[in-house]
Write a protein that binds this ligand. Structure first.
Ligand code: SAM
Ligand code: SF4
Length: 320
């Protein structure tokens, strides 16, 4: 339990800060602050941290980045994590671009759920937003469907004037594949980039936009696990809305810690505090479990995005 009575059992592990796309909301233009490869946690270190965390009751794990699939040993990492006795669920977050060839190996390695970023179905908008190719992402989504993961969700960051006309098409696309789409409010995590508060669109407005195309009704169950999304039903499909900025109780049920690719535990995405695990990994000072205890004890009640939060490293370097 953290100081606010939340049971922390979810660790999101960034395996790299590098990426093969350049999303406007995630990576500031010209960003060059990559950690050196030697600063990235090794597969052994990642497995050791996760193993230690299970002794504290962590059960749910997600591999992320940056783009986790650019890491050459990602399948090995997934397999070794899944083989750990305390691991109950293992997910991965990806832009999908490299999933065409990796979906089956990841499924065989033990990955249960895949979250895939898909911000537009229009190739020009997709390229403008991510710098990447829509067809590659769509191939990856098709491969995830064919591989038979338990859950595949699609994530779209809402950007006024950029992709807000894509909402109904994305919902229809996800529904046809049996993949819920989740719309996410823009968080201020790419300082100095071309995307700023003028592009912000609330989930309330996104819901209203979708409701112009048919009835949108609350889904009373929690259909897709214990996550931050509120789910609605639209023409038989589930649609999620993640109100990171506008939902007053957004942090109330937060159950996670983040681990950055350079070995820092981050109790909250929207607060600067970090606890360095490197000394523990090298056998200097406190143990890994002590550091995890400290991170849980220092988990703040809520994020500070509303308090003129000045990000100290962009999303790609924290881990999504
Ligand atoms: N590369 C993978 C991907 O794109 O899914 C995993 C890492 S990415 C940082 C994880 C998630 O964070 C993605 O769904 C992405 O859209 C979201 N994200 C990144 N920057 C964000 C921002 N400024 N506000 C809201 N969500 C953001
Ligand atoms: Fe890369 Fe994912 Fe960030 Fe886009 S959101 S730049 S794909 S890490």
């Amino acid at each position: 339990m953290d100081p606010f009575g939340r049971h922390i059992d979810y660790l999101r592990v960034s395996v790299t800060d590098r990426c093969n796309e350049r999303c406007l909301y995630c990576m500031p233009k010209g960003y060059k602050g990559w950690a050196g490869h030697s600063d990235h946690l090794t597969a052994d270190e990642i497995v050791r941290i996760i193993d230690q965390s299970t002794t504290l009751g962590f059960r749910k794990f997600r591999l992320t980045g940056g783009e986790p699939l650019v890491r050459k040993d990602i399948v090995e990492i997934a397999r070794r994590v899944w083989e750990l006795p305390g691991v109950q669920t293992l997910g991965i977050s990806t832009n999908g671009v490299l999933l065409k060839d990796l979906a089956v190996p990841l499924k065989q390695a033990g990955v249960r759920s895949v979250n895939i970023s898909l911000d537009a179905l229009d190739a020009d908008i997709y390229r403008k937003l991510t710098g990447g190719r829509l067809d590659a992402a769509l191939d990856g989504i098709g491969a995830a469907k064919a591989a038979g993961f338990e859950v595949v969700k699609l994530n779209c960051v809402l950007l006024r004037g950029v992709n807000d006309d894509q909402i109904p098409a994305l919902v229809k696309f996800g529904a046809a594949l049996g993949m819920p789409v989740r719309f996410i409010e823009l968080m201020p995590l790419a300082p100095g980039g071309p995307v700023d508060e003028r592009h912000f669109m609330s989930i309330t407005e996104a819901m209203a936009r979708l409701a112009e195309h048919g009835p949108l009704e609350p889904a009373h169950d929690k259909p897709h696990g214990h996550g931050p999304a509120r789910y609605y039903k639209f023409r038989g499909a589930h649609v999620g809305f993640i109100g990171s900025i506008t939902c007053a109780d957004f942090c109330k049920d937060c159950n996670k810690l983040r681990l950055t690719a350079d070995g820092k535990l981050r109790p909250c995405l929207g607060r600067h505090g970090e606890i360095d695990l490197m000394p523990a990994l090298r056998g200097e000072g406190a143990s890994v479990t002590d550091a995890l205890h400290e991170a849980i004890a220092n988990k703040p009640e809520n994020h500070a995005f509303a308090d003129d939060f000045q990000v100290n490293r962009p999303m790609t370097a924290i881990g999504g």
